[in-house]
Design a protein around this ligand. Structure first.
Ligand code: 26W
Length: 827
C-alpha cells in the first residue's frame, strides 16, 4: 500500500445545489454515456446514484483508514441475509444536511425531473426473507451512525427474494433479477479473492516432534470475490462497509479441463461453482437440509474469516489476542460453521494446540437466536456434512467429545441429559445440531426480546442455561428511526422536529417529550393531518395497483409480515368474516379497511392457501352491496421494504397476533407503533415490552399468555370445545368448510377448516377467537372517538424510544462485543 508521490487534488464534490446539478449532468454524459435528449428515467437514476455515491466515497475511505490507524476493535456481523431495500433516498438523507437534501431535490426539479419517479427506478436490495435480514440492515445503519467499526459480511445473491405476483388470487413467484441493469452502489473487488474448499478428504501425518496433524486434500475449489457497499451513518463522518461474496469458478478448475481439451465441460463446471451465490433460499419456515444451502453457508463463512484474519494480521497482533481486536456476531445458526472453521485454521494452518485455539474461538464468537420453533432449528445430516466438509465433521466430533466430557463431569449418571445436550442428534439418523454448536462455541448467546430470552432459558436451551447461567442474555430488537420514521414518513418526522428539534433522530428517547403535546390542539390536528395524508397516499397506491377503492377515512387495519400459521393471519380472516356476518345481519361498526401483505414460502401449501383465502374473501366482501364501504379487504402483492415504507406510515391498527410464545420479537410491531399505529396483539415477542413503554391503556392486548398456551398443550387442547360453544365462530368456520368464499370450488378451504378442527388447531386460533373479537370491538369503539384515538396514537410514538436499533446496538457493544462507539464529525 503505497501512495504515488505526486497526486493532483481530488474534486471533493460538495453538497450544494449548483455542484449537484453540475455533477448530475457530468455523470449522465461521461459515466452513463447518454445524451440528455434521449436519457430515460433509468439513466437519470444511474447518474443520480453516481452523484450521491461520489459524495460518500471520501468519508468511506477516511473511516476505513481511521479504523486501521487507530487499530480499532472490529465487529463482524455475519449474516446470510441483508434486507437493505433501496439505497438512494437513505444515502442522501444520511450524508446530507436537511437543507442540502432539499436543495438537491429542488435541483432535480429545475432540470425537469421528478425525484420520486427517479428513486422508484431503483430495485430493492432484497437479499433476505424477513425479520432477520431486515434486522441486520437496521444494525448496519446503527453501527455506522454511532461510530462502531462494524462490518456486514454476507452473500451477493444474483437473485434476491422472489417477486410475488397474484394471479387468480394465488401467489406466483417470479425471479428477482435485481442486478439486471447494474448496481451503482457496489464496488467489485476482483483482487479480493479467496479460495474456498469443498469435498476432498483428510490425511493425517506426524511432524518432526511426532505430533499428529491433519490436512484437507483433493478438494473442489471455488473462489469468493468481494463486492463492497458503503454504509453511511446518519449525520456523521462515518461510512462503514458491507462486503458481500460472489462465487467465481477457480482457475485451477477450468485449466484442468482446458488442458484436456474439453472446453464445454470446463464452461459447464464454471457454471456449477458459480451457482453457489445464485439465489437466496426463500424459506424461513422449515429447515430443508439442502446441500447447496450448506455450501452457501460455508462459502461465505470461509471467505469472511480469511478476510478478517488477513486484516487482523496486518496489525501484527499475536493470534492469542484476536478476541481483543475482533468480535464476530453469528446472525442465527446459519454462519455457525464459523466455529469449527476458525478451529481448523488455528489448529491445521497455524499449528496451534486445541485448548489454546478453543479459548480464542469462544472469546471471539457470539450467537443470536431468532426462533424457538423446533422445525426452524437447523440440523445437518452427518453423511452430507462428511461429504461436503470432511475436516469440519472431525472437528465437530472433537468439540462434542470434549464438551460431553465436561457435561458428564458436571452431571454424572444422567445419560438422558448427555443425549439432549450433544451436538449430535442420534434420534432420526445422525444429525448435527447447529444451535448447540453455536452455543458451545460462543461466549454469549442472546434472544431478541425479553419473553423470547426467558423462554430460551426455560425451554429449548434450559440444559445449557443450567450449565452456563451467565451465557444467555437478552438484546431486545430495535429498528432504525432514520429509515422507518424520517425517510418513510417525512411529514411526521418534520412535525416532530418542529417541536423537539432534530436530536430525536440519534436519541429516540427524546420522543417522550411528545407526551405533553397530546393536549396541544394544534399538534393533535397536525398529527391527524399527517396520518390522513399518508392514508390517502396508500389509498392511491391501492387504487392504482389493484383498482380497489378504499376510503382514507376508514380504519386502516394492517397485517404485514411473512405468511405463517404461527403469525395467525387466519385469525385475522376469522375476524373479517365475523365482522362481515355482523354487518350483513344489520350490525354496526365504523368503516374498516383490512390490509394484508406478505409472502409465503414457495413450498408452504397452507400459507399459499391462506393468501388465496384472503383474496377470495376480499372478492366477496368488496363486492357485496350490503356492506359496501363499511368493510374492505385488500391483499397488497409483493410486500417488501419499499412497500413497507408506504404502508406503515398509513396504518391505524397494527396486527401482532401470533400465538403467545411463538414470535421471537417482531420488528414490524415497532415500526408501526413508531408511525402512530395502535397495536392489537398478544403478549408475545416485543409486544410485551411495547405495552410496558406505551402503557397498558394505549395498546389492545388479548388472548392466552405464553404460560397459558403451554398449559393448554399440556392439558390436551381441543378446538372442538370452542367450535361447539361459540355460535358465531361456528358460523364463520362452517362458511369456510362449505365453500361460501369459493362457490366455484366448494372444497377449496376444507384444508383450512380441517387444520383448525380435526388436526388440532396447533396455534390455538379457536382458543383466542372470542377474546380477539371482543378486543376488536373495543378498537372499533375507540375509533369512533377520534380525539381519544389520536391521543393514544401520539402516546405510542412517544413511547417508542426504547425500540431504536441504536439502543440495541449500544447493548451489544457493551455486554457482548466490548467496543466503544466513536463520534466522528461530518465533512
Ligand atoms: C431454516 C431456515 C430459516 C431461515 C430463517 C429458519 C428461520 C429463519 C429465521 C429465524 C426467520 C426470522 O426472520 N426470524 C425473525 O427474526 C426477527 C429478528 O430477530 C424477529 O423479530 C422475528 O420474531 C423472527 O421471526
Amino acid at each position: 500500500m503505497k501512495k504515488p508521490a505526486a497526486l493532483p487534488e481530488l474534486d471533493h464534490p460538495t453538497l450544494d445545489a449548483a455542484s449537484i446539478r453540475r455533477s448530475l449532468h457530468n455523470r449522465l454524459v461521461y459515466t452513463i454515456g447518454k445524451d440528455p435528449i434521449t436519457a430515460t428515467d433509468r439513466d437519470w437514476f444511474h447518474a443520480a446514484a453516481a452523484v450521491v455515491r461520489e459524495r460518500m466515497i471520501e468519508r468511506w475511505m477516511e473511516t476505513m483508514r481511521s479504523y486501521y490507524v487507530e487499530d480499532r476493535k472490529r465487529v463482524y456481523y455475519l449474516s446470510m441475509e441483508f434486507l437493505m431495500g433501496r439505497a438512494m433516498t437513505n444515502s442522501m438523507l444520511n450524508i446530507c444536511a436537511e437543507k442540502e437534501f432539499r436543495d438537491a431535490l429542488a435541483a432535480l426539479g429545475e432540470m425537469g425531473l421528478k425525484p420520486e419517479s427517479i428513486s422508484e427506478i431503483e430495485p430493492d436490495a432484497a437479499l433476505g426473507n424477513g425479520g432477520l435480514g431486515r434486522l441486520a440492515a437496521c444494525f448496519l445503519d446503527s453501527m455506522a451512525t454511532m461510530g462502531i467499526a462494524g462490518y456486514g459480511y454476507g452473500i451477493r445473491y444474483e437473485y434476491g427474494m422472489f417477486h410475488q405476483g397474484i394471479e387468480n388470487g394465488q401467489q406466483v413467484e417470479h425471479p428477482d433479477n435485481w442486478l439486471r441493469y447494474g448496481n451503482p452502489w457496489e464496488f467489485p473487488r476482483p483482487e479480493v479473492l479467496y479460495q474456498v474448499k469443498f469435498h476432498g478428504r483428510v490425511v493425517d501425518f506426524a511432524d518432526e516432534h511426532g505430533h499428529k496433524h491433519y490436512q484437507w486434500v483433493d478438494s473442489d475449489d471455488v473462489m469468493a470475490m468481494a463486492y463492497d457497499y458503503p454504509i453511511p451513518g446518519y449525520d456523521t463522518g462515518t461510512v462503514n462497509n458491507m462486503r458481500l461474496w460472489a462465487a467465481k469458478a477457480s482457475r485451477d478448475f477450468d485449466l484442468k479441463y482446458f488442458n484436456e481439451g474439453n472446453y464445454i465441460a470446463a464452461v459447464e463446471d464454471k457454471n456449477d461453482s458459480e451457482n453457489l451465490s445464485k439465489v437466496l433460499y426463500p424459506d424461513d419456515t422449515t429447515e430443508m437440509g439442502r446441500e447447496l444451502r450448506l455450501k452457501q453457508q460455508y462459502f461465505f463463512v470461509s471467505a469472511s474469516l480469511q478476510d478478517m484474519l488477513y486484516r487482523f494480521a496486518k496489525s501484527g497482533t499475536p493470534l492469542d489476542n484476536l478476541p481483543d481486536k475482533v468480535a464476530v456476531q453469528l446472525n442465527d445458526t446459519h454462519p455457525s460453521i464459523a466455529v469449527p472453521e476458525l478451529m481448523r485454521i488455528l489448529i491445521d494452518e497455524h499449528r496451534m494446540e486445541w485448548t489454546r485455539a478453543w479459548g480464542i474461538v469462544t472469546r471471539t464468537f457470539a450467537y443470536t437466536n431468532h426462533t424457538l420453533m423446533p422445525e426452524a432449528l437447523e440440523t445437518w445430516p452427518v453423511p452430507l456434512f462428511e461429504r461436503v466438509l470432511p475436516r469440519h465433521l472431525q472437528i465437530i466430533y472433537e468439540i462434542n467429545q470434549r464438551f460431553l466430557r465436561d457435561v458428564m463431569h458436571h452431571y454424572p449418571g444422567d445419560p438422558a441429559l448427555w443425549q439432549r445436550m450433544s451436538l449430535i442428534d442420534e434420534a432420526k439418523g445422525k444429525r448435527i445440531r447447529m444451535a448447540h454448536l453455536a452455543i458451545v462455541g460462543s461466549h454469549k448467546v442472546n434472544g431478541v426480546a425479553a419473553i423470547h430470552t426467558r423462554l430460551m432459558k426455560e425451554t429449548i436451551f434450559a440444559d445449557f442455561h443450567r450449565l452456563w447461567p451467565d451465557k444467555i442474555v437478552n438484546m431486545t430488537n430495535g429498528v432504525t428511526p432514520r429509515r422507518w420514521l424520517n425517510q418513510a414518513n417525512p411529514a411526521l418526522s418534520k412535525l416532530i422536529t418542529t417541536h423537539l428539534g432534530k436530536g430525536w433522530l440519534k436519541d429516540l428517547d427524546q420522543l417522550r417529550q411528545l407526551t405533553p403535546l397530546t393536549v396541544d390542539a394544534g399538534f393533535c390536528e397536525a398529527f391527524v393531518r399527517v396520518k390522513r395524508d399518508n392514508k390517502a397516499r396508500l389509498a392511491a397506491m391501492i387504487q392504482q395497483r389493484l383498482a380497489i377503492r378504499v376510503d382514507p377515512a376508514s380504519l386502516f387495519d394492517v397485517q404485514i409480515k411473512r405468511i405463517h400459521e404461527y403469525k395467525r393471519q387466519l385469525l385475522n380472516v376469522l375476524h373479517v368474516i365475523t365482522l362481515y356476518n355482523r354487518l350483513r345481519a344489520g350490525g354496526d361498526a365504523p368503516p374498516r379497511t383490512v390490509i394484508f401483505g406478505g409472502k409465503a414460502a414457495p413450498g408452504y401449501r397452507l400459507a399459499k392457501l391462506i393468501i388465496r383465502l384472503i383474496n377470495d374473501v376480499a372478492d366477496i366482501v368488496n363486492n357485496d352491496p350490503l356492506v359496501r364501504d363499511r368493510l374492505k379487504v385488500v391483499f397488497i402483492p409483493n410486500y417488501d421494504v419499499s412497500n413497507a415504507e408506504i404502508i406503515i406510515p398509513a396504518a391505524d391498527l397494527s396486527e401482532q397476533i401470533s400465538t403467545a410464545g411463538t414470535e421471537a420479537s417482531g420488528t414490524g410491531n415497532m415500526k408501526l407503533a413508531l408511525n402512530g399505529a395502535l397495536t392489537i396483539g398478544t403478549l408475545d415477542g416485543a409486544n410485551v415490552e411495547i405495552r410496558n413503554e406505551v402503557g397498558p391503556e394505549n395498546i389492545f392486548i388479548f388472548g392466552l399468555t405464553a404460560d397459558e398456551v403451554a398449559q393448554q398443550y399440556a392439558a390436551g387442547y381441543s378446538p372442538w370445545v370452542h367450535y361447539d360453544n361459540n355460535a358465531e365462530l361456528r358460523q364463520t368456520l362452517d362458511m369456510l368448510r362449505d365453500g361460501f368464499f369459493s362457490p366455484e370450488d366448494r372444497d377449496r378451504y376444507k384444508p383450512v377448516f380441517d387444520q383448525l378442527t380435526y388436526h388440532g388447531d396447533h396455534y390455538l386460533l379457536l382458543a383466542d377467537y372470542a377474546s380477539y373479537i371482543a378486543c376488536q370491538e373495543q378498537v372499533g369503539q375507540l375509533y369512533r372517538d377520534p380525539a381519544a384515538w389520536t391521543r393514544k396514537a401520539i402516546l405510542n410514538v412517544a413511547g417508542m424510544g426504547q425500540f431504536s436499533s441504536d439502543r440495541t446496538i449500544g447493548q451489544y457493544a457493551k455486554t457482548i462485543w466490548n467496543v466503544e462507539p466513536v463520534a466522528r464529525t461530518a465533512g
